[in-house]
Design a protein around this ligand. Structure first.
Ligand SMILES: Cc1cc2nc3c(=O)[nH]c(=O)nc-3n(C[C@H](O)[C@H](O)[C@H](O)COP(=O)(O)O)c2cc1C
Length: 154
């Protein structure tokens, strides 16, 4: 088996939390993408990173200083995760009534919302590592996080 195939199978053993990264770009257009690559970096400064594929629509809208939100999904939001990871469902991504799109778009009923400003962009082959400086966050009381393992939601 190739290094890539073995690596893919190894990574499928990880349990991922599923989030949607959302923003409003310079043209006022709304973007949302399902991501599992969210990792906190530090508390001082409060910061996290996400790895974004260069072929995704949101990619080129992520410039230094622009704002975005990481919406950690709950177990009832599998459908929205599918919509935001299906390139043919782009028009449906903001149909959910729980989006607040007044400013930086965020999901009112997510497990958590982490509001960030892009602080650093590091290109690595097919992906860009996006470092977000956390400006604000909130979270639900109950813990019911949508998780993904072996290519399936749990
Ligand atoms: C559970 C899950 C996690 C994902 N995580 C990431 C990720 O961390 N980074 C990424 O670039 N794409 C990730 N994807 C793939 C994108 O969501 C998918 O390719 C999406 O269609 C790209 O956005 P676009 O259709 O707007 O171009 C993930 C997909 C799923 C189902």
């Amino acid at each position: 088996m190739s290094i890539q195939d073995n690596f893919r199978l190894a990574m499928r053993r990880y349990i991922y939390s599923v989030s949607i990264m959302s923003n409003k770009d310079d043209n006022g257009d709304l973007n949302a993408i399902t991501v599992s690559s969210v990792t906190s970096i530090s508390m001082d400064p409060p910061s996290l990173l996400i790895c974004i594929n260069k072929s995704s629509r949101i990619h080129d809208t992520l410039k230094i200083g622009t704002k975005f939100c990481i919406n950690l999904l709950n177990k009832n939001q599998e459908g929205l995760s599918n919509i935001c990871s299906d390139e043919d469902s782009y028009e449906d991504r903001f149909k959910d009534e729980n989006w607040n799109i007044e400013s930086v778009p965020f999901l009112k009923n997510a497990q958590a919302n982490i509001f960030c400003k892009v602080d650093k962009l590091t290109s690595y082959h097919t992906h860009t590592i996006v470092v977000g400086l956390v400006e604000n966050s909130n979270h639900a009381e109950d813990i019911s996080t949508l998780t993904y393992v072996d290519g399936k939601y749990q």
